[in-house]
Ligand binder design. Structure first.
Ligand code: EPZ
Length: 429
């Protein structure tokens, strides 16, 4: 399997264009199941996860065509009819968001059989809230042998859905199912992440009636059918935040473009507090650090607009060489510190107790061989490698390829010494 090698020490100077958001794109792709007309998604990232979901959707009857359109990378998804309502374990296990095909399948064709996703390295991540939402909408849910059987032969019915905790995936899933339900659905305690508003915009372009996404209450008035549409995927706020942290870590000056800095205010505030230069521009942000050492700051992850859990690993990498001690609290996922022991292999001084990591900044990191454990953890190791003395090699980078488009190219264009080592066939389990 491929690895990434980073030779530390180079500053970053240049421009990095931010891609379309992975976590939005994969939900928008699922929306194609709701109509027999083509859905054209532009600003599409080309990632392992989007390819992967494309494969699953193809099995369900969606024609998926990737191309370079008049406005850049696009994917056209067209499901004249649903040819199968079955999403097997093999496909759902590899990418949890595949589970979100369940709601649209039931909404469009009255039934589906979708595998439960199973465990995950960052936490248990159950899907009980997804199932509660579908049941509230009138679907009959049965669980057998690891599969969810959902049926609503006479269609879904609008309902009041109150989530006990904020869940991005369950809110999106409820929205995807309710757009074709008969009557009005109100989702209370909805997630407010920007990907929700993006999904709302796309569904409304398809003829749905959704209001309130981006606030804790979303109202959906069901319609009988949806039509085709063209929709541009929002910029990837996590990719933007990752390169902002990389620039603050390596030093230099990086301009991030095609981005919306307002989506990562919580991170940008922390970068400023740590001493990095942050200058918003019309289509992104400039991050700079010239020589001086950053100061340690504390962070606590929270639902949007709080500090994103998907930026926690990267921020921990940044704090490994800052002056002083930083406390990092993870409140969204119970096991999301797997990067800590790998950062310690590079010389970081970190202790983890429960949901809190204490990072005592060291003068410098030393290159080493490290292993990626999940998507955001893997990029935190690359960020640390940018300043580690000598060479850092990150293995299991299939995690990285799920969510970062052309990472070596983007960092390389700013002067980073990052290269991909092609796999030698050795088994990595
Ligand atoms: C989405 O996951 C993102 N994934 C995650 O990004 C992100 O970390 C997370 O939201 C939080 O922002 C995608 O969009 C594909 P949740 P999701 O449901 O929807 C619990 C990445 O690296 N919960 O908001 O799965 C759950 O266990 C990924 O790109 C239940 O208890 O997250 C967690 O503790 C990683 N029951 C909390 O809610 C449920 O039915 C929030 O999870 C659903 C969730």
């Amino acid at each position: 399997m491929d690895r990434i090698a980073i030779t530390g020490g180079a500053q970053l100077n240049g421009t990095i264009p931010v891609s379309g958001a992975k976590n939005s794109a994969i939900k928008l792709m699922a929306a194609s199941l709701l109509t027999d007309e083509p859905l054209r998604l532009t600003n599409m990232p080309r990632l392992a996860d989007t390819r992967f979901l494309g494969k699953l959707l193809t099995r369900l009857g969606v024609q998926v065509t990737e191309s370079d359109g008049p406005d850049g990378q696009q994917t056209i998804l067209h499901a004249p009819e649903i040819t199968s309502g079955f999403a097997p374990y093999d496909l759902v296990r590899q990418m949890r968001a595949s589970f979100n095909v369940l709601g649209p399948l039931v909404a469009r064709s009255g039934q589906a059989k979708v595998s439960l996703p199973g465990g995950c390295t960052i936490g248990a991540r159950p899907v009980d809230l997804h199932l509660q939402a579908l049941e509230a909408l009138g679907a009959k849910i049965d669980l057998h042998e690891g599969y969810v059987y959902a049926q609503a032969p006479r269609g879904l019915k609008g309902a009041e859905i109150s989530f006990p905790i904020v869940s991005v995936g369950a809110t999106e899933h409820a929205m995807l199912a309710a757009v074709l339900a008969d009557g009005v659905t109100v989702i209370h305690n909805a997630a407010c992440e920007p990907e929700l508003a993006d999904l709302q915009d796309c569904l409304n372009a398809m003829g749905a009636k959704v209001e309130g996404a981006g606030t804790p209450t979303i109202t959906i008035t069901g319609v009988a059918r949806l039509q085709g549409a063209t929709h541009a995927v929002i910029p990837d706020r996590i990719e933007m935040g990752t390169y902002a942290v990389a620039a603050a870590m390596a030093g230099g000056e990086v301009r991030l473009t095609n981005a919306r800095p307002g989506l990562i205010d919580a991170l940008l505030d922390k970068l400023k507090e740590a001493g990095a230069g942050v200058e918003p521009t019309a289509d992104g942000v400039i991050i700079r650090r010239n020589g001086h050492r950053l100061e340690s700051v504390d962070v606590e992850t929270a639902p949007f607009p709080g500090f994103a859990t998907d930026l926690q690993a990267q921020f921990m990498a940044l704090m490994t060489t800052a002056n002083g001690e930083s406390r990092i609290r993870e409140t969204i996922f119970e096991n999301r510190f797997m990067h800590a022991p790998e950062l310690m292999r590079l010389g970081a001084d970190i202790s983890v107790a429960g949901g809190e990591a204490r990072v005592r900044g060291v003068e410098r990191l030393e290159g080493a061989e490290v292993m990626a454990t999940d998507l955001r953890a893997s990029v935190s190791l690359v960020i640390a490698g940018l300043v580690a003395r000598g060479e850092t090699t990150v293995s299991r980078i299939y995690h990285l390829d799920r969510g970062f488009e052309r990472l070596e190219e983007k960092l390389g264009a700013c002067g980073a010494q990052v290269r991909r080592l092609k796999g030698d066939g050795e088994a990595e389990l």
